[in-house]
Design a protein around this ligand. Structure first.
Ligand code: AMP
Length: 218
């Protein structure tokens, strides 16, 4: 099962993607996480990506597409995967389609986690990420067991550079201009489903599971 998660930055698609990956035992592939791991490890790719990310801009397609295609070609992806943060624009979606078509394959589901901009702005200011493993929390909605400390690895939680209010505004502009057209793109292919992402994460997940098991027509 190959799944694409769509939605504005901060809509909760990463959280849902992880839950899907766990339930269906498929890899969760986040291009944002791949870039952040490269930044942490000080790679050339990471250094290049950071300049764009800190400004709320997309990393150029030449870098992003190669990373993604290499990742989905790995052995653990043979039964499918859930993509979180890719594609981010129509050209990326077209490359992915073309590469999958070469293997007589295609995306099965595109799930749009729909959240209005006002909610996004409120959510992202409260988001905290682990400096070490990248796990994300929220000061109101997904609290760590100990304030400011990651449940997974015990390291410090911080407000990510790209979650700062000024960057969030830019990321939302980029989302509306470049990523939102993908909703129409996948709708035309007949594989788009929309879930209301303003509810509790377990409720959103319940809807997604119904969609993936084929029982919900939206
Ligand atoms: P995310 O964690 O998905 O919100 O991604 C964080 C940042 O990484 C984005 O704001 C972009 O700068 C960059 N990024 C992640 N995925 C992509 C992509 N598919 N194309 C271009 N840039 C990306």
């Amino acid at each position: 099962m190959k799944i694409i998660m769509l939605g504005a930055p901060g809509a909760g698609k990463g959280t849902q993607a992880k839950m899907i990956a766990d339930k269906y035992s498929i890899p969760h592939i986040s291009t944002g996480d791949i870039f952040r791991a490269n930044i942490k490890n000080g790679t050339a790719l990471g250094m290049e990506a950071k300049g764009y990310m800190d400004q709320g801009l997309l990393v150029p397609d030449e870098l992003t597409v190669k990373i993604l295609l290499d990742r989905v070609a790995q052995e653990d992806c043979s039964n499918g995967y859930v993509l979180d943060g890719f594609p981010r624009n129509i050209p990326q979606a077209e490359v992915l389609d073309r590469e999958l078509a070469k293997l007589n394959d295609g995306i099965d589901h595109a799930i749009d986690v729909d959240v209005p901009d006002e909610n996004i702005i409120r959510r992202m200011g409260g988001r905290r990420a682990c400096v070490s493993c990248g796990a994300t929390y929220h000061i109101e909605y997904i609290r760590p067991k100990t304030e400011g400390i990651c449940d997974v690895c015990g390291k410090e939680l911080v407000l990510r550079e790209d979650d700062r209010p000024e960057t969030v505004g830019k990321r939302l502009d980029v989302y509306h201009e470049q990523t939102q057209p993908l909703i129409d793109f996948y709708n035309k292919k007949g594989i788009l489903k929309t879930v209301d992402g303003t509810r509790q994460m377990q409720e959103v997940f319940h809807d997604i599971v119904e969609i993936l098991s084929g029982s919900k027509q939206i």
